[in-house]
Design a protein around this ligand. Structure first.
Ligand SMILES: [Zn+2]
Length: 149
């Protein structure tokens, strides 16, 4: 990543795989991380609604809302009563099929809140490669990022 300092609204741009982060002069690491985080959220907002819409009819569930946030210990969570799911913004760095797996997993929790046999059976039926996806997700630990110039 290239970091550019300019007295302008902070932004991130991607051009031929080069990522340029533009921040104001004097911006510290925390500010840079915040701009990157907002960029990650924007990228996820582009793909998450489509994935939710794809899986709602398959699982016959209705998601009333989703939230994207930093999460220290998990990739996603679900509030079955409210019909909300939460997704870890770190998922943006993962292959899209893993993001999809987490969405299917959280949607399945709308049907079954615990990791019971019934829950496993729902995953098995709708997302048979869930074990591989889960293993792949757990390979890399969740960690906060450090941005260096
Ligand atoms: Zn779960």
């Amino acid at each position: 990543m290239t970091i550019r300092h300019r007295d302008a609204k902070p932004s991130v741009s991607v051009d031929h795989k080069r990522i340029t982060l533009t921040v104001r002069p004097g911006s510290d690491a925390a500010k840079r991380a915040e701009v990157i985080h907002e960029w990650h959220r924007a990228l996820l907002h582009e793909v998450v609604p489509t994935l939710i819409q794809k899986w709602e009819p398959k699982l016959k569930v209705k998601v009333t809302g989703y939230f994207l946030q930093r999460m220290k210990t998990k990739w996603g969570s679900c509030n079955p009563k409210a019909g909300h799911i939460r997704l870890n913004t770190e998922l943006v760095k993962k292959p899209k099929d893993l993001l999809e797996y987490v969405i299917v997993h959280e949607l399945a929790h709308l049907l079954e809140p615990t990791h019971s046999e019934r829950f496993m059976a729902i995953l098995q039926k709708h997302y048979p490669t869930w074990r591989e996806a889960r293993a792949e997700l757990n390979e890399l630990p969740l960690s906060s990022e450090v941005w260096r110039e």
